[in-house]
Design a protein around this ligand. Structure first.
Ligand code: ADP
Ligand code: MG
Length: 344
């Protein structure tokens, strides 16, 4: 290589946004995740998702949440703009807080957001194409928000090449919706177009809401083969259902873990789940479970990764011990029941 004098230059806003977008928007399912999380944060009671082409040609999310005023809509698509501002990153009570998703999506796709806030006489629609923002126009809409993302990654063709094909991307979208739906049983979820099976989970409420939603998502077979898991220690609450040791899978895709209403794929929690079954299940089989951990937001850091799927607990040993102990106890009790019924 020939030595050239180097000059240091600032990247253009467009390039900065595309680089940042790569972290937030990895694949169509990440767009669905961000949009549905926004709808949940906006207090939606009903969220409808439509996709086409595994999410690459169309992702549409419609909610009946708070909606946005014209001013908020114009700001919402800018980076680092959020209505969920937190001074304390260890006191996060919303799914979003980074103010990055809409800007990131707008940087790599065609993004249209139509929204109506109760204080506005009509709705407003704004369009962003590969980072280029068009002026807001009035639009007809009842309260809430409709976001449409088309031609995902048209502005970053390299990313398009890494996608796995329509079927696999559609499956990933379904998985994201299922996980968010489990974490929010009070919200009705409808999904069409991502694969052959459409989703429609009516809202459920009351003490059994989580169990009812699990039955909607995982079906009667899981419900019949699962043990309730409830435990609490030092302000950390664990609840959910875990499959009997006889009900196992060849992979861990049916393991659903939540921390403060946020679906996670956290290594500590997955390890605790495995450890709970270590004595009763062979290494190559995987338990089925949906477990929800609730604790003071100050006891967990969710700002570890842009997609927020990893968390750090202030006291990891406590959380792990709680899960392993609760699973072992339930498995033990289920075993007793099985032997006593077997003997009779
Ligand atoms: P974050 O969720 O981290 O705040 P986003 O880029 O996802 O960042 O969204 C920016 C802002 O746009 C949000 O803080 C919220 O005020 C607003 N917003 C986004 N989606 C919706 C929606 N579906 N309903 C109401 N407001 C929304
Ligand atoms: Mg968001």
């Amino acid at each position: 290589m020939t030595a050239r004098p180097m000059t240091v230059r600032r990247l253009s806003e467009t390039v900065i946004n595309r680089i940042a977008a790569g972290e937030v928007v990895e694949r169509p399912a990440s767009v669905v995740k961000e949009l549905v999380e926004n709808a949940i944060d906006a207090g939606a009671k009903r969220i409808e998702i439509v996709t086409a082409g595994g999410g690459t040609s169309l992702i549409r999310v419609i909610d009946d949440g708070s909606g946005m005023t014209r001013e908020d809509l114009a700001l919402a698509i800018d980076r680092h703009c959020t209505s969920k501002l937190v001074d304390d990153l260890l006191d996060i009570r919303t799914l979003g807080f980074r103010g990055e998703a809409l800007a990131s999506i707008g940087a790599v796709a065609r993004l249209s957001i139509a929204s109506r806030h109760a204080s506005e006489p009509h709705g407003w629609e704004i369009v962003v194409e590969g980072g280029h923002v068009h002026e807001a126009r009035p639009t007809g809409l009842s309260q809430g928000t409709r976001v449409e993302v088309t031609d995902l990654f048209f502005a970053t063709p390299a990313r398009l090449k890494f996608l796995k094909g329509e079927r696999a991307e559609g499956t990933a979208i379904t998985d994201v919706v299922k996980r968010l739906a489990m974490a929010h049983p009070e919200v009705r979820f409808a999904l069409t177009g991502s694969d052959r099976s459409a989703i429609d989970y009516p809202a459920v409420s009351g003490d059994d809401a989580f169990a009812d939603r699990l039955r909607q998502v995982l079906g009667a077979e899981f419900a019949e083969n699962a043990m309730p898991i409830e435990a609490e220690r030092a302000g950390v609450r664990l609840s959910g259902h875990a499959g009997l040791p006889t009900f196992h899978r060849a992979n861990g895709l049916q393991q659903f873990l939540f921390v403060n209403g946020r679906p996670v794929r956290d290594k500590l929690l997955l390890g605790a789940l495995r450890a709970g079954y270590a004595d009763v299940m062979s290494r190559d089989r995987h338990p089925v479970a949906a477990l929800s951990v609730t604790l003071d937001p100050h006891e967990v850091d969710v700002n570890v990764h842009p997609a927020k799927s990893d968390v750090r607990f202030r006291d990891p040993g406590l959380v792990r011990g709680l899960i392993v102990g609760a699973l072992r106890q339930s498995i033990h009790q289920a075993g007793h029941r099985a032997t006593s019924t077997g003997a009779s």
